[in-house]
Design a protein around this ligand. Structure first.
Ligand code: ZN
Length: 140
């Protein structure tokens, strides 16, 4: 890649004042805390998957991993789930795990903001409520 392009990007990011991580790459701003754009239809889709077959786990450095399980008999779903994840977190790179891509994962510090249903213990043993703003997005 041309150094000119990289400089251009850097200027762009600096102008936008995006928060930076230690590595120098810009952190993805949070749609809830930073009013970053959110693809609402993709989010509504992902919320459905999360509530049905997903979970969020805390990884190192306060990064969270959103993981959606997938029945291997639906072979096209992993790509669809990964594409939806990319629409919700444009800088994300979802990865498929398991022999038949039975889990699709993407890491982000902001998942708990977007999915406040996240909490300790198993999701089906906790009381899960959909927040008002989530309901509004789904309705739209
Ligand atoms: Zn947030």
């Amino acid at each position: 890649m041309a150094i000119k392009t990289i400089r251009k990007w850097r200027r762009l990011y600096q102008r936008q004042g995006l928060p930076r991580l230690g590595s120098g790459c810009p952190a993805s701003p949070c749609p809830r805390c930073d009013y970053a754009d959110l693809n609402e239809s993709a989010y509504a889709h992902l919320l459905g998957w999360y509530l049905g077959d997903g979970h969020i786990a805390r990884a190192r450095r306060s990064v969270y991993v959103l993981s959606i399980s997938n029945d291997p008999k639906y072979s096209r779903l992993p790509d669809e789930i990964a594409a939806t994840m990319r629409l919700v977190k444009p800088t994300g790179s979802p990865c498929k795990r398991g022999g038949h891509a039975t889990r699709i994962e993407v890491r982000w510090k902001r998942w708990p903001c977007l999915f406040p249903q996240h909490g300790p213990g198993r999701k089906h043993l906790r009381k899960i409520e959909v927040a008002d703003w989530q309901q509004e997005i789904v309705a739209r």
